[in-house]
Design a protein around this ligand. Structure first.
Ligand code: FAD
Length: 426
């Protein structure tokens, strides 16, 4: 069989189930990455969908993937274009039988698959981005609990365990290569990320599978996992949380790989509430993925999942002040400056600036989600949309949304104003 392997948010050779399947079925294979042209256009809120930080992180990872494929006798063919058009042309040009790829349960990505199938192209897409696979779940996806705690309890009671990660398939090295000799690299600007909690200009924090795995090893060789729960709400620095999300979101690492290291750490070093909490957070990640599967595009609507009737207003002026970090609140401004300058923000600060936008500035949560999409290096459609909806009362929060007291948050998490001073513009 002649195949295309279409890399999407799974830019790795290890623990890539869909890639393994493609190689197992193929005699000859063409590796493709399409940077969809939609990402080069502005979003409906009027700014770029893909900002410079994620663009840089992604391009670092793509360069590494291309190098690894070259070393194994293949090439990565990259395009900036409409995904369906490029893939359909390649199918014809190279007499391809099947396109293999990972399945993504979000609107634009599902439409791409529909577009290919509508042209009579065989597409084999496999769901692989969650810790637990679909068929491990102890319920039908339509019966997924609408509250996280019930999901977590059902998972824990069932006793299911994530599958072990798989290695790069040997067959990569003895499958014929098809090439289209096409490599388009992004225009990227490298700046100094010295102040960032995830400094992508440094070797240890670069995009790509190599840096991701090396970081994973270092993290689980340290004592950090055993204090994670105590530090995870801090605002600054590289040590307070696992910092896995940028590699996870771009698919340079899989959550099964992280779980595997975590389990090993618990067996050989320490097992405590903190190590459990890393698993707990990975379950949140899974939960939001499955919410997309259950509710489809509803999560993009103004009222989100419609469990509650949230008041959704919008003030363009307030939104612009928030994005620029020029609101009346210096704590919020510090967070927005950090996000804009580095592409990273702690979970605590994400919650605080989101609550401020929705509750104090009376803005549409979907605009906030779009700004995060543009800026975050760890942008992930499921985690981003569902966390925003949760805070706005349009998602799965059983309390109908979160309204933080910003002064109290500042007292608790930045009592000496270190964070505010660090990110203050003046
Ligand atoms: C408004 C808002 C928007 C967000 N947008 C994104 C996003 O686009 N991409 C993204 O990966 N995360 C998002 N998050 C979740 C969370 O803030 C980040 O995953 C986390 O801060 C990343 O840092 P870390 O890897 O050090 O996390 P850790 O605290 O070390 O957590 C370990 C892992 O658990 C998962 N995780 C942790 N918290 C959450 C959560 N609340 N929801 C889902 N998964 C979680 C992540 O995969 C993370 O890497 C968002 C949160 C909020 C409140």
């Amino acid at each position: 069989m002649r195949s295309i392997y279409w890399f999407r948010n799974d830019l790795r050779l290890n623990d890539n189930l869909s890639l393994n399947l493609a190689l197992a079925k193929s005699d000859a294979i063409l590796f493709v990455y399409v940077h969809d042209i939609a990402n080069e256009k502005n979003c409906p809120w009027g700014f770029e969908r893909l900002g410079q930080h994620r663009r840089l992180f992604l391009s670092q990872g793509l360069a590494e993937l291309e190098e690894k494929l070259s070393k194994s006798g293949h090439s990565l063919n990259t395009y900036v274009d409409d995904s369906v058009t490029v893939l359909a042309d390649l199918v014809k040009k190279h007499k391809i039988d099947t396109i293999f790829c990972e399945s993504i349960a979000s609107y634009d990505e599902a439409k791409q698959i529909e577009g290919l199938k509508a042209q009579g192209i065989n597409v084999n897409s496999l769901w692989q981005s969650s810790l637990f696979s679909n068929d491990q779940l102890p319920f039908d996806i339509n019966d997924l609990p609408n509250v996280f705690t019930n999901f977590r309890k059902a998972i824990e009671l069932s006793g299911i365990k994530p599958n072990k990660p798989v290695n790069t398939p040997e067959k990569l090295f003895n499958t014929d290569s098809i090439t289209d000799n096409h490599l388009v690299l992004f225009n990227v600007k490298t700046i100094d990320y010295q102040k960032s909690s995830f400094p992508i200009s440094y070797k240890d924090f670069m995009g790509g599978e190599k840096a991701g795995i090396s970081y994973l090893k270092k993290y689980f060789n340290s004592e950090k996992p055993s204090t994670y729960k105590k530090t995870r709400n801090e605002l600054m620095g590289i040590n307070f949380s696992t910092k896995m999300s940028p590699w996870l979101s771009n698919g340079f690492l899989s959550s099964r790989q992280i779980f595997n290291f975590l389990e090993d750490y618990e067996n050989k070093k320490t097992k405590n509430e903190s190590t459990y909490w890393i698993f707990f957070e990975l379950m949140w990640r899974d939960y939001f993925r499955f919410i997309f599967k259950k509710f489809g595009n509803n999560i993009f609507h103004k009222q989100g999942l419609k469990f509650f009737k949230a008041k959704v207003e919008h003030s363009t002026n307030n939104f612009n002040l928030w994005m620029a970090g020029e609101t009346k609140n210096e704590f919020i401004n510090a967070g927005m400056v950090e996000l804009k300058e580095t592409g990273f923000l702690s979970n605590r600060m994400r919650q605080i600036v989101a609550s401020y936008l929705v509750n104090e500035l009376a803005c549409d949560w979907r605009a906030g989600a779009a700004w995060f999409e543009s800026q975050l290096i760890d942008y992930d459609v499921y985690s981003n949309q569902c966390n925003w909806a949760y805070i706005a009362g349009c998602g799965t929060d059983p309390r109908g949304g979160r309204h933080f007291n910003i002064d109290k948050q500042r007292e608790a998490y930045d009592p000496q104003s270190k964070y505010v001073k660090f990110w203050s513009r003046s």
